[in-house]
Design a protein around this ligand. Structure first.
Ligand code: FRU
Length: 436
């Protein structure tokens, strides 16, 4: 990467070998993914499960969580409150069924430790999708909350599980609305809900549509989890998301496998090509974040892993960290790795030749003694990582379904290496600066 192209006399912009709008997609290869390993720096501390967990919303399953951020990525504070959004579903639904009735709930806190559940802040009838899945939330300078989410399925087609499995209701589109926000002694309020809008749909070229989906054991096709990102070095804004490689990616290519020497002996099992995750990106063209220009994916994991979920970006000076979550069951045949947070690093810009962190890409993995204990890690600009308690094993080795905020972890980054520094409180979010 080249450094130091200066566009304004006083500002030095970092530049990568590629511009964000270029047609260059980094690759997470099978060769790299073979190095995925739990080490002392990447293994999450084992959760104590001999006590009952305090549930942040006792009658709700709570999972994917994201805080309200300012436009520059820093943590928003409104009259001294920290605000977070999370997927919620009634606890009397089965654990597995929660995805099919997911909504987005709001939480607020005065100290970033004790959270109050404030309900679902939008009118379900106005929202797109039979379900609302993960997204992000940004507070602009005029006090508008931009509320980005995944519209999954359609309200006029709520038969989720029919003969063909997930397909009819698995359609995912990126959507948004806006609100005004206020806070007083009674808590935080979102008002003046705007019309909802579909921002983006899979194009069938760079991003696979449901119709193009080649079933790999019913792991559905993704076009979800919009994350708003303002590049601190250029001021440009983007939405990034979890996608599935479309026809333009040309399927499983030699470069998805590894270098020439590796390829000589590599055995790529049948159907590996059906595991075709990617990280999508669009450029934001207006202040309202309602006009977007779709761009080629930032990264693909064809032949490696089907899901690069909830992708997000953290920047330190001119080093870009692209972070995502993934599962054991979504690895392509012949590869494996823990339920975890994965990450990639590029010098000099948002698009580039991302290399996996810690050799293979694993940043935080669940401990082998409790492989499902947490999921959906999300890294704040200062390296604190929130997640939720998922399926930890109890003392008898039985899986528990929990669904509440997990202990926050503090992560440090040093070039292409990361380290879990410490464990913080359950759901704790310390005020964070724009950049570490
Ligand atoms: C990650 C995830 C997201 C999706 C949500 C649906 O945990 O799969 O990608 O938005 O859960 O429940």
């Amino acid at each position: 990467a080249i450094l130091g192209s200066s566009l304004m006399a006083s500002t030095v912009f970092a530049t990568s070998d590629w511009d964000a709008e270029d047609d260059y997609t980094a690759v997470w290869t099978r060769q790299q993914a073979e190095n995925v390993a739990l080490t002392k720096d990447t293994t999450a501390p084992l959760l104590e499960t001999d006590e009952d967990f305090d549930l942040v919303a006792p009658d709700k399953w709570v999972w994917d969580t994201w805080p309200l951020q300012n436009r520059d990525g820093s943590l928003a504070q409104v009259n001294g409150y920290t605000i977070a959004f999370a997927l919620v579903a009634p606890r009397d639904l089965g654990w597995g069924e929660r995805h099919t009735e997911a909504r987005i709930g709001m939480f607020y806190s005065k100290d970033g430790k004790d959270w109050t559940y404030a309900g679902i802040p939008y009118d379900y009838d106005k929202a797109y999708g039979h379900m609302q899945w993960a997204g992000s939330a940004m507070l602009d300078k005029d006090g508008k909350v931009h509320f980005f989410y995944t519209a999954t399925g359609r309200k006029d087609n709520s038969e989720y599980f029919d003969q063909s499995g997930w397909e009819p209701m698995a359609e995912q589109r990126l959507a948004k609305t806006t609100f005004d926000i206020s806070a007083d002694k009674d808590g935080v309020h979102l008002t003046k809900e705007d019309e909802h809008q579909i921002m983006l749909e899979a194009d069938g070229e760079y991003y696979e549509t449901l119709g193009q989906w080649g079933s790999n054991g019913n792991i559905i096709s993704a076009f979800r989890d919009p994350f708003f990102f303002q590049d601190p070095n250029t001021g440009e804004e983007y939405i990034i998301w979890e996608g599935q490689a479309g026809p333009k990616s040309n399927g499983l290519k030699p470069e998805n496998i590894g270098d020439e020497a590796y390829r000589k002996n590599a055995n790529v099992p049948d159907r590996a090509e059906l595991y075709n995750g990617n990280i999508g990106i669009a450029k934001v063209l207006d202040e309202d974040v309602s006009e977007l220009k779709m761009l080629p994916p930032l990264l693909e994991s064809i032949g490696v892993n089907h899901q690069l979920e909830r992708p997000h970006v953290v920047v330190e000076d001119d080093t870009y960290y692209l972070l995502t979550i993934s599962h054991t069951f979504t690895y392509a045949p012949g590869l494996t790795g823990p339920e975890g947070l994965y990450g990639f690093v590029n010098e000099g810009g948002l698009r580039g030749d991302y290399e996996p962190l810690n050799d293979g890409g694993l940043v935080i993995g669940n401990p082998a003694e409790s492989p499902g204990q947490a999921y959906s890690w999300w890294v704040a600009p200062d390296g604190q990582v929130i997640s939720f308690i998922n399926e930890p094993l109890d003392e008898n080795g039985e899986v528990q379904f929990v669904g509440t905020f997990a202990p926050t972890l503090q992560l440090s980054f040093d070039g292409d290496q990361t380290k879990i520094e410490k464990e913080m409180g359950y759901g704790e979010i310390r005020p964070f600066g724009a950049y570490r």
